[in-house]
Design a protein around this ligand. Structure first.
Ligand SMILES: Nc1ncnc2c1ncn2[C@@H]1O[C@H](COP(=O)(O)OP(=O)(O)O)[C@@H](O)[C@H]1O
Ligand SMILES: [Mg+2]
Length: 239
């Protein structure tokens, strides 16, 4: 029961953004995709959600080949992603932003509003429901982005730097939230994140990329002991 990229490559004008990388996300697990800026993490999420066609390799959902499918085919098949820069409708309220997710599923207005309220409560945003989303701080904006993604009932949820702009306490709370979302919704969650404390406390498996390649993969403790990982993260002397 997997969302899978197998031996995928992506090139941009001579740059190997991704060079023969395989990543698989199971339902019910939390996978951290980490690595320095420019490693190819966002490009991999784009590939896994149909926003980027790979030049080589294959993508599949539950074993069905997704090659050549558009992004909305991915979302109809349960793959929902958030963006590094949150794309909320700033002139709409927080609740309306989440209701949009429900209405794309054909759910009527009154029910969409009720279910949006439940999700916002779940994300600790009940008091923000009627606020214009353009007035939110970074942390709240990102949680609304996640609430909107959850309205689409994802089987696989891909989060691109959800803790960016959050302070330490907010990032810690986000880690707890990600775990409880996984427990309640049963979806697989892939999270791109730089905050190593959040990554180590939240993820069950890590995939480390650098310069478009996989440099380490495994449990957080396996990866923490990996020489390539230490070199990339702590400098060559620590390896
Ligand atoms: N649309 C694009 N056009 C050209 N180059 C791109 C594009 N998207 C990403 N890249 C390049 O691909 C590499 C990987 O980028 P990205 O996946 O955004 O890395 P990360 O998310 O790990 O920081 C970088 O060298 C980046 O400059
Ligand atoms: Mg990125």
């Amino acid at each position: 029961m997997t969302l899978k990229a197998s031996d995928v490559s992506v090139r941009f004008a001579g740059v190997n953004a991704i060079d023969h990388v395989s990543v698989a996300l199971d339902q019910g697990e939390i996978l951290g995709l980490i690595g320095p800026n420019g490693a190819g993490k966002t490009t991999m999420v784009n590939v896994l959600s149909g926003f980027q066609k790979p030049a080589g390799g294959a993508v599949s959902i539950f074993g069905d080949d997704a090659g050549g499918r558009p992004a909305d085919w991915f979302s109809c098949n349960g793959v929902v992603r958030t963006f590094q820069a949150v794309r909320l409708f700033k002139g709409m309220t927080v609740s309306e932003n989440v209701e949009v997710g429900f209405s794309t599923l054909g759910i009527g207005r009154a029910q969409a509003r009720r279910r949006a309220a439940q999700l916002l409560d779940r994300m600790g945003l009940a008091s923000r429901a009627d606020q214009l989303s353009g007035t939110l701080n970074y942390g709240d904006e990102r949680r609304v982005g996640i609430a909107r993604a959850l309205a689409l009932a994802p089987k696989f949820l891909l989060l691109d730097e959800p803790a960016a702009g959050m302070n330490i306490a907010e990032a810690e709370a986000l880690g707890t939230l990600i775990r409880s979302v996984r427990d309640d919704f049963g979806c697989g969650i892939l999270v791109i994140e730089h905050n190593m404390r959040l990554v180590m406390n939240t993820c069950e498996r890590l995939h480390v990329m650098s310069s478009g390649r996989t440099i380490a993969a495994g449990t957080p403790s396996e990866v923490a002991g990996n020489a390539e990982f230490k070199k990339a993260y702590l400098g060559s002397e620590a390896a």
